[in-house]
Design a protein around this ligand. Sequence first.
Ligand code: ZN
Length: 365
Amino acid sequence: MGLFSPLAMTQALPFLPLAQGDIDYQVSKRAQPGLIEELLQNPNTKVMLVSDGLVAVAKDPAGLRQHSGAPMSLATIPGNYAVHDVLNHQEVLPIFLGSYGPERDEYAVAVDISRISVDPRGNTRGVLPDAANTGADAALDESMPANKTSLSIFAHAKQQYDWVDLRTFAPHASARQVGQATTAIALSNWHTAQRYCPTCGSKVESALSGWAQRCTNESDGNRLLFPRVEPAVIVAIVDGEDRLLMQHNRAWNDASLFSVTAGFVEAGENLEHACRREAMEETGIRLGEVKYLGSQPWPFPASLMMAFKAQALTTEIHADGDETTDVRWMSRDQLTHALIAGEMSLPGKASIARHMIQEWYGQEI
Ligand SMILES: [Zn+2]
């Protein structure tokens, strides 16, 4: 009695959708002057596009993808097609993602076009006020300076491709492409959110091939700034009967959605403490042993989710009623019935929560 530890058979999560990328970051190349230009002129370079937290995928005019679960892949354009536009416009942000392939000689570059706005007719707006009023014929007039029309491939891209978010993309795409998309979206989100130096308020510019920013103020030492990552813990809590604690949060639109306990790590706190504190705050459950399961980036906008499984020392639930409105101990049978009856739904397939619930359940749900 009391000797059973539900954690004894727990395995580290073997597969996490956003943590499968096989790309070689080639970090030492990032500071190389002219790297982006050189890569874009290399025929082995593919350019993927990111904008406002979305990635470009090939168009699906018949809408088949949504129903068939058909594979999705990134729309890519050859580097030499984009090189002029990338180098001549500060509004587009190139990011060197790394290399892959058996010889590590295939390169991936992401181009963030979030700052190019496009009106419903496909003209760029805000970026090219002159060209926007002249129409397509004038835009092709060779007498016009080339840089007045050259953003058109990116303007077209916004309409030529379907744009999907990472949660939609991940379950249908290859591990490599999901890795590229995750990195590109994480960096794009950061560059979009941080336009000024947090220390002195001066403008920043992209540095290290998109992986950092440099403050433009010399008297601030042109300090180098790195992306913000917000650590969060997520905990699958089980009791002595191996039931899983599931909760519904007020902020979730889907009233039937239940997941495991999660929250951000506070300043000065370690991960295990964050697990125990969140469990107590949201559910009133006191935790015993806490075991690490794995992690994956969750760039919505900048989280890193670190997953744990924990043994409950108590079973009496006290939902905080504020953030968490419903908390239940679920057996596998109860969860099966609730899912079949449509009374309960689970987090999406790209989420680490879904994989934690499946780890406990013993199979894919
Ligand atoms: Zn500064």
